[in-house]
Design a protein around this ligand. Structure first.
Ligand code: HEC
Ligand code: HEC
Length: 380
C-alpha cells in the first residue's frame, strides 16, 4: 500500500483518541523519559511506515502491522523481505502499549526495546545493523527537521534511542476500547451486547474459566494476566523432541546465539516459548496470554497462527488442548488447560462474546479480514 494512504488511514484512526481515554482501558503507561507529544507521534508514524528501513526497500513495520488490517497482517505467520516467512503470527500492535512485556515470549520489556529487533531480523527487515536507519534519519530533510524539533538533535546526535522512542510514542496512540462489551460492562448500557454475547460473557467468567488468564479488572479489562502459559499449541505436536531441543538451545545460548533470530527462523525452536528467554524448564512451550480485544478481526490465532477461527480456538480449549493423535500431553506442564465439556451452543455463545470485544474503529476490518467464525481458505 502506498505510504500516503497508510498515513491517511493512521490519521483517521488516531484522531478520535486524541483527547479522551477509551472506555474499558486503564491509564496509558508512558515512560518518564519518553513523554507523548504530537510532533513525536507524527515522527513515529512516519518511521513506522518507512519501507526504506529494510534491505529490499519494501518492508516497513506497517507491512506486518497494517492500519487497514487492525495493525496485523492477517497471515498465519508473517512474511518479511523477499516473502521469507518467520515462525510466528504477527500480534496486533493495538493496545500493545499496555503489555508488561513484548513478543509472544516476552523477550523484550518495552516498546522502545522491541522495535530494535525486526529491523535486524533476517526474515523481517533484514538490515545488517542499524546504520542504514540512522543514515536515512540523519540525511532525509523531513527527518532532519523532525528530529531537531522533537529531540533537539541532528547529525550523529540522532541515535536508535531517538528512533525507537518516536516509534514507541506512535504505538502508544494505537489504543482502543469502547467495544460493545465495554459499553455493557463498564458503561452500564444493558443493550450494548446481544443475549448470546451476554450468555457468552457468563461462560467466559464461569464454566469456561477464561478470565483466570484473560483478566478483567474492576474498572478496566486488558484480557491478559501478562503471564506465560502452556496451553498445548505447537509444543504438543513435537513433545518427544522437546528435551533434545531444549538442551541444544541452552548450548546455543551459552555460545551467544541471538534469541530473536533463533526463534523466528526455526519453527521447532519457536515452540520452546518462554523457555528460550528464561531457560526455566517449567516455561517450556509457554507463551504470553494475548489480549482478546479486537480478536474477531485479527485471525488467525495463537503464536503460530495454527487456528484459523474463534470456533477452532474454542474446540481446542473444550478438548483440553489435545495433539494430533488426540492425546493430552501438556498436563504436567505449568498452566496446562483441562477439558471444559461445553455444548455446541455454549461454544457459539463464547464466540459471540469475543465478537463483542471489537472496538468501533476496527469494525470495518471485518470486511477485509477472513470471517472469524467460518473456516478460511488454507494456503497451499
Ligand atoms: C515481517 C513482518 C514484521 C515486521 C516488518 C515487523 N513486525 Fe512486529 N511483529 C511481527 C511478528 C511475527 C511478531 C511476533 C514475534 C514474536 O513474538 O516472536 C511481532 C511483534 C511485534 C510487537 C509485539 C506485540 C506483542 O503483542 O507482544 C510489536 C510491538 C511490534 N511487532 C512492532 C513492530 C515495529 C515497531 C516494527 C518496525 C520496526 C515491526 N513490528 C516490524 C511481524 C513483523
Ligand atoms: C491458562 C491460561 C489461559 C486460559 C484459562 C485461557 N487462555 Fe486463551 N490464551 C492463553 C495463552 C497463553 C494464549 C496464547 C497461546 C499460544 O499462542 O501458544 C491464549 C490464546 C487465546 C486466543 C488466541 C488469541 C490470538 O490473538 O491469537 C483466544 C481467542 C483465547 N485464548 C480465548 C480464550 C477463551 C475463550 C478461554 C476460555 C474458554 C481461554 N482463552 C482460556 C491463556 C489462557
Amino acid at each position: 500500500m502506498p505510504n500516503k494512504i497508510v498515513l491517511f488511514l493512521t490519521a483517521i484512526i488516531i484522531a478520535p483518541w486524541a483527547n479522551s481515554e477509551p472506555l474499558g482501558l486503564p491509564p496509558l503507561p508512558v515512560p518518564a523519559d519518553n513523554p507523548q507529544t504530537p510532533e513525536k507521534i507524527a515522527l513515529g508514524a512516519k518511521l513506522f511506515n518507512d519501507r526504506r528501513f529494510s534491505t529490499t526497500g519494501e518492508i516497513a513495520c506497517a507491512h506486518c502491522h497494517a492500519p487497514d488490517k487492525a495493525f496485523t497482517d492477517l497471515k498465519k505467520v508473517s512474511e518479511g523481505i523477499n516473502a521469507l516467512t518467520g515462525t510466528r503470527n504477527a500480534p496486533t500492535v493495538i493496545n500493545a502499549a499496555y503489555y508488561k512485556s513484548q513478543f509472544w515470549d516476552g523477550r523484550e520489556p518495552s516498546l522502545e526495546r522491541q522495535s530494535m529487533q525486526p529491523l535486524l531480523n533476517p526474515v523481517e527487515m533484514a538490515l545488517p545493523n542499524h546504520d542504514p536507519v540512522l543514515q536515512i534519519a540523519r540525511t532525509d530533510p523531513d527527518y532532519q527537521k523532525a528530529f531537531q524539533a522533537v529531540f533537539g538533535k541532528s547529525g550523529d546526535g540522532i541515535t536508535m534511542n531517538e528512533v525507537s522512542k518516536a516509534i514507541a510514542a506512535f504505538e502508544r496512540t494505537l489504543i482502543s476500547g469502547d467495544s460493545p462489551f465495554d459499553r455493557y460492562h463498564f458503561g452500564g448500557e444493558k443493550n450494548a451486547m446481544t443475549p448470546a454475547q451476554v450468555r457468552g460473557f457468563s461462560l467466559f467468567l464461569n464454566e469456561g474459566r477464561c478470565v483466570s488468564c484473560h483478566t478483567i479488572e474492576q474498572d478496566h479489562a486488558l484480557f491478559t494476566d501478562h503471564r506465560f502459559h502452556n496451553i498445548g499449541i505447537g509444543i504438543n505436536q513435537i513433545q518427544d523432541q522437546v528435551p533434545g531441543l531444549a538442551l541444544s538451545f541452552l548450548q546455543a545460548k551459552a555460545r551467544g546465539v541471538d534469541v530473536d533470530k533463533a526463534v523466528l527462523s526455526d519453527k521447532k525452536t519457536s515452540e520452546l516459548g518462554r523457555f528460550a528467554v528464561t531457560s526455566l524448564l517449567d516455561e517450556l512451550g509457554s507463551f504470553k496470554t494475548p489480549t482478546l480485544r479486537n480478536v474477531a478481526v485479527t485471525p488467525p490465532y495463537m503464536h503460530d497462527g495454527s487456528l484459523q477461527t474463534l470456533r477452532e480456538v474454542m474446540v481446542h480449549y473444550n478438548n483440553g488442548g489435545v495433539n494430533q493423535k488426540g492425546e493430552r500431553v501438556n498436563a504436567h506442564l505449568s498452566g496446562g488447560i483441562r477439558p471444559l465439556n461445553l455444548t455446541d451452543a455454549q461454544i457459539d455463545d463464547l464466540v459471540a462474546f469475543m465478537e463483542a470485544l471489537t472496538s468501533p474503529q476496527f469494525a470495518q476490518v471485518a470486511a477485509v479480514a477472513p470471517s472469524p467464525t467460518a473456516p478460511v481458505e488454507k494456503k497451499p
